[in-house]
Design a protein around this ligand. Sequence first.
Ligand code: SAM
Length: 271
Amino acid sequence: MEVMQMLHMNKGVGETSYAQNSKVQRKIISIAKPIIHDAVQEILRSNNIESMGIADLGCSSGPNTLLLISEIIDVIIRAKSCSLGLHLSATTELRVFLNDLFSNDFNTIFMSLPAFYNKLKQEKGPELGSLFISATPGSFYGRLFPARSLHFVHASSSLHWLSQVPPGLDSKAAGEALNKGKIYISKTSPQCVLDAYALQFHNDFSLFLKSRAEEMVGGGRMVLSLMGRPSYDPTTPASCYQWELLAHALMTLVSEGRYVRGNGNQMKWGD
Ligand SMILES: C[S@@+](CC[C@H](N)C(=O)[O-])C[C@H]1O[C@@H](n2cnc3c(N)ncnc32)[C@H](O)[C@@H]1O
């Protein structure tokens, strides 16, 4: 089945949900906070904005999903209170678009909105202004929004997902023969496997940038956070050790006659 139709983080708010298992991703957002603040200030400095379009791409569901909105509101309220030479209309309204793939748990996000709105009203008071939150399901590897409708685009811990398994590695037989049964780049992967992943990332990321270039206004800003690795070589232990362990565990389960189904952050198995 197509990655875009089946990929989703674990739904709901239970013990194994993404909502309860996304502390690393939360840390990444908090590390990027000063960069997000600077980017929003830059937007306000260069434009006279009455209605700011904001998109969070690959938002998933859980506490991290609404974190970005609180951050941006803080910047705007702070900018309103201390005149920093920013062009702020007293009525600046925020249009926030939460994007993820079609099977993301948007219902859990919607259910959490009343409590979120109440908390914001209590914490920010009348300074809050108008806030319109909506969902935009679909792949960020392609157009999602009308032309020139966005001022700020954010994506955290989501752009490392490719749109598909690289061609040539996608059929079970070809993938196994080329990549020696591994599910990602490992220390036994030949150069052609590394090239196939690099080309897929290049094609996906180019399409991402092309799509956003049409959707963003001039002077808009984008903050993208992706996990990096300490070495250029993706086959060093520091780069692929966790994938080696995961592949080993999955292959053991399969060799024991158990099947494995993956759904984002979690794997399930059965007899
Ligand atoms: C690890 S989660 C990160 C969620 C959130 N941004 C955070 O920091 O906690 C990655 C999210 O990216 C989404 N994603 C992956 N590929 C995508 C695509 N092509 N278009 C939209 N969302 C995508 C996944 O469904 C998943 O919800």
